[in-house]
Design a protein around this ligand. Structure first.
Ligand code: WT7
Length: 579
């Protein structure tokens, strides 16, 4: 085993909070200044500042490849390869503002593409590599992808067959090109080798668009959430306050860059900090993860409640049999973290879990069990400094009322103006504007705030499903089921699950004359998995002869869910009595 990049002798177990409790957006912004003309560029903040400074030989990325062998990339090397990639894009004629997509795992090419793209001033848009062809196609079309960086396998299985339907996709670059790139594609490492390793950072401004991440709501089209370079200020400040991250840390964020956590905290924040990030190319495996924490002497770990609960299920002895003395801070995000998991973490890892809350739209952690606080098991925490949160109630006619009694319940709202607030939904100004009222962003999450100011998650205000941390839009799945010739109607909702929070269930109305049997069920499962990919395809499919709908014809998913789960049916005033 190669020695860890930065052995630390000096760090006490538990939160460290090096930068002090007063580290805020202004201090973060001042630390990141340095580009001429008050410019700001995420790649400059995350890479070039260090590549040209005292940390140039520090390990930026420790990548664990498919064979388990680690490979290290220093800040200087990362600076050079991202310069090369920015030059590659320029030579291909990609302009600033154009969108570079990835369909990759946690591979070196993912990190180089992300930061090289930002360096050029183009927009980075990572897609989740477990998506099936349809979610990939709809996102690339909506996002007008100019370039896609992907693997040979992904290209051959998913992209090549749909390429004629993506006329705007000018370049496909293959990242694992040892066998040469397939026809009509280019080869990542050959392009890199052939280009210069010198490249000035684009003169982007804080308000220049930088990141595009797709997320789901109740209605059909996935929402393309736009973030600007200014988000880096919030990534930096929140990583200090909510993750207790500092330059000497070995930081492991287990999220895939296809989800915003994997970009903002899996790539940007640890590099801005000058820390070492661990990138594991493989998928979840509890015992292997324990070994990674131990062997690479991870000091700060950011993971998900699903992963923690899967570890809990294995039994303490399996997890305990490793050395976690370096691990001093654990945080979790994406779905509710039950109080038992927080205390379990303390028992087996020697340090409690710190839950935090945010969304694709907020662009960085908003509410957290912060490094400076004793965590409150079961609560998502308190707003970070510089973030003003409120519990509100939407009024008929569009306004909101701010609730402030102890124990109040309502929708979580955030005062407009933090640096990583999203700047739009792609091509949907109206939907963006509907997220705001009276100077507040309305999150769509229902919460409770207790007398001491702790926030507790209650549920979502919409029908989106949270499964293993992934936000899934029911309509995207219903549409695919409806495309099957035997399906007349389909309704999709989340079923509570003790480990992954919710699983996806579909209720299907077969066409008249179709036999709703086991064979059809199997066929629909296969159909959904092929088109949507296993991560979002329904786990369970049931048949019914009609779906509950409103008078205006919308599926009442809440009622469908209540009926399927045997729960109280709630308000039925909008139900169409003829159905
Ligand atoms: C939704 C956002 C996770 C950040 C990036 C991905 C749910 C998030 C928590 C938490 C309970 C949580 C909310 C939120 N969520 N964190 N600590 N406790 N629920 O964000 O895919 O846009 O999902 O995840 O419902 O709105 P996303």
């Amino acid at each position: 085993m190669t020695p860890p990049p930065t052995p630390r002798q000096d760090v006490p177990h538990g939160p460290h909070n090096r930068q002090g409790a007063d580290f805020d957006f202004d201090k973060a912004r001042a630390a990141l200044a340095g580009l001429p003309g008050n410019g700001l560029n995420i790649a400059h903040s995350a890479v070039d500042r260090h590549a040209e400074g005292v940390r140039r030989d520090h390990v930026a990325i420790r990548w664990i490849g498919p064979t388990g062998t680690p490979a290290d990339l220093t800040y200087r090397q990362l600076g050079e390869s991202t310069n090369r990639f920015a030059n590659v894009l320029r030579q291909l004629g990609v302009g600033s503002g154009e969108k570079v997509f990835t369909l990759l795992g946690r591979d070196p090419a993912q990190y180089i593409t992300a930061l090289g793209t930002l360096k050029l001033g183009a927009m980075f848009c990572p897609l989740f590599s477990v998506f099936g062809p349809e979610p990939i196609r709809s996102r690339m079309l909506a996002g007008e992808a100019a370039v896609l960086v992907t693997s040979r396998r992904q290209y051959e299985r998913k992209i090549a067959p749909m390429r004629p339907s993506l006329p705007g996709l000018a370049h496909v670059i293959i990242a694992d090109d040892d066998r040469g790139a397939p026809p009509s594609t280019e080869s990542f490492w050959s392009l890199l080798d052939a280009s210069s390793d010198v490249c000035p950072v684009a003169a982007t401004r804080p308000e220049t668009p930088a990141l595009l991440h797709f997320t789901s709501g109740t209605t059909g089209i996935p929402k393309g959430v736009i973030h600007t370079h200014d988000a880096v200020v919030a990534h930096y400040a929140s990583a200090v306050r909510a993750l207790d991250l500092g330059p000497e840390d070995v930081f492991w964020c287990t999220a895939d860059p296809g989800w915003i956590t994997g970009t903002c905290y899996g790539i940007i924040a640890p590099l801005v900090m000058g820390a070492t990030l661990l990138a594991d190319s493989a998928e979840f495996d509890a015992v292997r993860w324990c070994r990674l924490l131990q062997d690479h002497q991870v000091t700060v770990w950011y993971t998900s409640p699903t992963a923690i609960r899967m570890m809990m299920r294995l039994g303490d002895e399996v997890i305990r049999g490793h050395d976690y003395r370096r691990l001093r801070f654990i945080a979790s995000v994406g779905e509710p973290l039950n109080a038992e998991a927080v205390t379990w973490g303390e028992q087996v890892f020697g340090t409690p879990l710190h839950d935090n809350w945010w969304q694709t739209e907020t662009g960085s952690i908003m509410i957290a069990n912060q490094a400076s606080m004793q965590p409150m098991p079961g609560s998502m925490g308190k707003p970070l400094p510089g973030i003003e949160a409120a519990v509100v109630e939407r009024k008929r006619g569009g306004g909101i009322e701010i609730l402030d009694t102890p124990g109040c319940r309502g929708e979580l709202a955030l005062r407009v103006g933090w640096p990583s607030m999203f700047q739009g939904y792609l091509n949907d100004r109206e939907r963006y504007e509907r997220c705001f009222a009276q100077g507040w962003y309305l999150s769509g999450d229902m919460v409770r705030r207790d007398a001491d100011g702790w926030y507790w998650f209650v549920g979502r205000a919409d029908d989106a499903i949270k499964s293993a941390g992934h936000l899934i839009g029911p309509t995207e799945i219903e549409r695919v089921l409806l495309a099957h010739p035997a399906v007349a109607d389909a309704g999709v909702f989340g079923v509570p699950d003790p480990i992954i929070h919710e699983t996806v269930k579909a209720v299907v109305v077969p066409k008249p004359g179709t036999v709703a049997d086991e064979a059809l069920r199997r066929e629909l499962h296969a159909h959904a998995r092929r088109i949507l990919g296993p991560a979002i395809a329904p786990r369970e499919i049931a048949f019914r002869d009609r779906l509950p709908k409103t008078l205006s014809g919308k599926i009442m998913r809440r009622l469908l869910r209540a009926q399927e789960l045997g729960l109280p049916q709630g308000d039925l005033s909008s139900l169409d009595p003829n159905l």
